[in-house]
Design a protein around this ligand. Structure first.
Ligand code: ZN
Length: 102
């Protein structure tokens, strides 16, 4: 089991504990039929918040890993003769001036 999986499982345990703690606290504070009416929105609220946080984190990672791939899609054109190339200098005229294009 790697460190990432261990951390994930640990977080799951922590969240399980938090859910359990909230359930017990609400059951103690609020009488039974009403405790469910309080508990369900709270649990859904936390689940939504966790999902939002996860999506935000995943989105940031996606951007981080996504950039090198999008940059690969950019072509460079020689300013002097317009030849499309990906080298430092133009293979056609030797000019080092180039502009990026999609
Ligand atoms: Zn050129």
């Amino acid at each position: 089991m790697d460190a990432g999986t261990k951390r994930f499982l640990y977080q799951q345990m922590v969240w399980l504990g938090i859910y359990f703690g909230i359930s017990v606290a609400i059951s103690v504070l609020v009488p039974f039929p009403y405790s469910l009416m309080v508990l369900i929105p709270v649990i859904f609220g936390i689940a939504y918040y966790r999902r939002y946080r996860f999506m935000k984190k995943a989105g940031q990672q996606g951007q981080m890993f996504g950039n090198p791939f999008t940059q690969k899609g950019i072509d460079y054109y020689c300013i002097s003769c317009g030849t499309k190339h990906s080298k430092a200098a133009c293979p056609n005229c030797g000019s080092k001036m180039k502009k990026a294009g999609f």
